[in-house]
Design a protein around this ligand. Structure first.
Ligand code: G1P
Length: 289
């Protein structure tokens, strides 16, 4: 199975990053020199995705503008000798075929994914959560896609987290297959310490089969009164094969201030333009703390 379509749920209100996100969508906050959503789309494209559906809401139109051409700006840059920058500005709009649908009501991640049904049709597809930014050698989504193709199933991307952290994620019951690949047997959303299946948490990357839509359309609201993708996955893994890949790479939760700052520092350190300067700056700062 070839996976060419991806869905990015981006209709959240961004309440953990207020007041910055009152009018700027959290996906548009700049991480070094690019908005957060661009990192997600770059990972998808590097994993072979061609068509991307972003699930938005009424306050997110800055995202559609960002992935559009901006002829006045490009002409101005070219006429002032900044061809390279003009090319960068334009190439953002040409990275993939990007589609949009509005969620209309905030009813949870499962409900947001359901909005993608018409776009997806009858093929397996990827889901990338907008807050979870990855730094890895091989794109994290590609690691999942390879497992989906090799073992013919849906896939969740997992990593181990602490006892304290697991209640912020979905926890997965799993059985080892080989290497970093497991079979997922059950999942639960934001478990208490007593409820958790393991310390393996799903961290924002999924490959799903279209059976998920029928399931989600009949899934009752769960945690926080929202339709939870995890509740749908718990049913999906009972009727067809689901893998869990303990992916290689570092994941940042850019939906909260600490995760956002960690990502900013780490990505800036990797940048050829500002990395060496920042390393020096941090060293000098640390000496005076
Ligand atoms: C969402 C999912 C959760 C997952 C987490 C990963 O939670 O509901 O299952 O483990 O993303 O980032 P949220 O962070 O939106 O509360």
């Amino acid at each position: 199975m070839k996976i060419k379509k991806a869905v990015i749920p981006a209709a959240g209100l961004g309440t953990r990053m207020l007041p910055a996100t009152k009018t700027v969508p959290k996906e548009m906050l700049p991480l070094v020199d690019k908005p957060v959503i661009q990192y997600i789309i770059e990972e998808a494209v590097a994993s072979g995705i061609e068509d991307i559906l972003i699930v938005t809401n009424r306050s997110k139109s800055a995202m559609d503008d960002y992935f559009d051409y901006y002829p006045e700006l490009e002409t101005r840059l070219i006429s002032s000798g900044k061809e390279e920058l003009a090319h960068v500005v334009r190439s953002v709009a040409d990275m993939a075929n990007i589609f949009y649908v509005r969620q209309k009501e905030t009813q949870g991640l499962g409900h947001a994914v359901c909005r993608a049904r018409r776009f997806v049709g009858d093929e397996p597809f990827a889901v990338l959560l907008g807050d979870d930014i990855m730094m890895s050698e091989k794109p994290v989504l590609l690691q999942l896609i390879e497992a989906a193709e090799k073992y013919s199933g849906s896939v969740v991307g997992v990593q181990q987290v602490s006892d304290k952290a697991i209640s912020s994620y979905s926890s997965v019951k799993m059985r080892h297959i080989e290497g970093r690949v497991y079979e997922a047997l059950d999942l639960n959303e934001k478990p208490t310490f007593q409820e958790k299946f393991s310390n393996f948490a799903v961290l924002g990357r999924y490959v799903l089969t279209p059976e998920i839509f029928d399931i989600l359309e009949h899934t009752a609201p769960g945690r926080n009164g929202e339709i939870q993708l995890t509740d749908g996955l718990a049913q999906l893994c009972k009727i067809s094969r689901m893998l869990a890949v303990d992916f290689e790479g570092r994941r940042y939760d850019t939906g909260n201030m600490k995760g956002f700052l960690e990502a900013t520092v780490d990505f800036a350190l990797q940048s050829p333009e500002v990395g060496p300067w920042l390393r020096d700056f941090i060293k000098r700062k640390a000496e005076n703390l």
